[in-house]
Design a protein around this ligand. Structure first.
Ligand code: HEM
Length: 403
């Protein structure tokens, strides 16, 4: 057996707490071919160029036939729009976006601010008679989940049920073993059946939520079919569950490791905008985009990536590319050259970016301002299994009192 490659070591859970030295090694060769035929791209210029290249594809059905095993069953006849290419992608994205703001929903994301503040205030009020909490379980998880459930129209009390389905779906994103595939497929079926039932209810009895809009509103581009609806809802639920949770948890950890920024946030809540932007570069919740491909041969950094080969784009490595950003390993929210790939770029640029930014700004500001003498219990904390949606599974902290 050959020695593990650098990318194999990124996947290895032993390196989850600090993959950045491995990303530095990856960047020494911008494009690498793995033993299984996957091309791993890790420098900013090359990742950005691919994301803007019309030959680049998110659609796993366009992988060469020897990689067909990578296609989950629900994608065989077309997945959610994150796994669909233009022009179909653009149509599906527009239909969903139409339900995400005016004129169909009563609010713009910025108008949600008082509601978001209220949810975080109530969660932190609940810390008052304790001196130790788990930032993940007690704040970073329940907050975005409550928000996405409310926007979509999924009853928050059902959350413990669908958490059991979301976890195996996330675990399978980058590392497929027969056991993970079986768990993913069964979880996808159960979550699909649950969402189907909910969609049926909303068709009969619509409310002011996105799901009701999606099943009743015939916009200029029609409606999603049943399969597109279910995979679109799953995408929003998974995105709303996992990514923002990690941004808040990675953010709290980074601030505790850089106490001058915790103090700055305490004094100046406006600095939360810069703090969150720098976190999206420095500790992005989505570390890489696996299982992409290309619909024609592409020349990149002196290598030919053949049509249909699996491509993995290392967003977190590109964000720290010294050819792109000064002192990339320094956490510096004051930097003025912060163009990062934390939300991707181009066609699939994150749909939830305005919401995710606002949620993280509010949560981190309240953590800084309300928890006096905040300290980490263990550094590094324990991590979630996924190397893609990377973040602590628990983040125990202590504090003196709640203000
Ligand atoms: C796409 C990151 C929060 C919905 C993406 C992509 C990234 C990303 C990197 C690009 C994927 C690609 O190019 O294939 C994040 C991060 C978040 C976050 C770091 C939080 C910190 C959210 C939230 C929602 C959301 C809260 C939903 C409300 C989506 C959707 C797409 C997407 C629907 C697919 C867009 C498309 O294919 O056109 N996100 N996301 N995300 N995100 Fe997010």
């Amino acid at each position: 057996m050959s020695a593990p490659s650098i990318f194999d070591r990124v996947l290895d859970f032993a390196n989850r707490a600090d993959p950045y030295p491995l990303y530095r090694q990856l960047r020494e060769q911008p494009v690498r071919r793995e033993a299984d035929g996957t091309f791993v791209v890790s420098t900013y210029r090359e990742v950005q160029a691919l994301l803007h290249d019309p030959r680049f594809s998110n659609d796993r059905r366009k992988l060469a036939s020897e990689y067909a095993g990578k296609i989950p069953p629900d994608e065989a006849s077309g997945g959610s729009f994150i796994r669909t290419d233009p022009p179909e992608h653009d149509r599906l994205r527009r239909i969903v976006t139409r339900q995400f703001g005016p004129p169909h929903r009563p609010t713009r994301i910025a108008d949600l601010e008082p509601d978001l503040e209220r949810i975080v205030t109530a969660l932190i009020d609940g810390f008052a008679d304790r001196h130790q909490v788990d930032i993940v379980a007690d704040l970073a998880y329940p907050f975005p989940v409550a928000v996405i459930c409310d926007l979509l129209g999924v009853p928050a009390e059902d959350e413990p049920r669908f958490r059991e389905w979301v976890d195996p779906i996330v675990d399978s994103i980058s590392q497929l073993t027969p056991d993970r595939v079986a768990k993913r497929d069964s979880a996808t079926r159960d979550l699909g059946a649950y969402l189907n039932g909910l969609a049926e209810q909303r068709r009969r009895n619509p409310g002011p939520d996105m799901l009701s809009g999606l099943v009743t509103d015939d916009g200029p581009e029609g409606r999603l079919d049943d399969q597109q609806l279910i995979s679109g809802l799953m995408l929003l639920l998974v995105a709303g569950h996992e990514t923002t949770v990690n941004l808040i948890a990675n953010g709290t950890l980074t601030l505790l490791r850089h106490p001058q920024w915790l103090e700055r946030l305490r004094q100046d809540p406006e600095s939360s905008i810069r703090v969150v932007e720098e976190l999206l570069r420095y500790e992005p919740s989505v570390q890489f985009l696996p299982d992409r491909t290309c619909v024609a041969d592409i020349e990149i950094a002196g290598m030919t990536v053949p049509k249909g080969a699996p491509l993995t784009l290392m967003l977190a490595a590109a964000n720290r590319d010294p050819a792109h950003v000064r002192d990339p390993d320094v956490f510096d929210p004051d930097r003025d050259d912060n163009e990062h790939l934390g939300f991707g770029s181009a066609t699939h640029y994150c749909f939830g970016a305005p919401l995710a930014r606002l949620e993280a700004q509010i949560a981190l500001t309240q953590i800084a301002q309300r928890l006096a003498d905040l300290r980490l219990v263990e550094d590094p904390p324990p991590y979630r299994p996924s190397p893609v949606l990377r973040g602590p599974i628990h983040l125990p902290v202590t504090y003196d009192k709640v203000k």
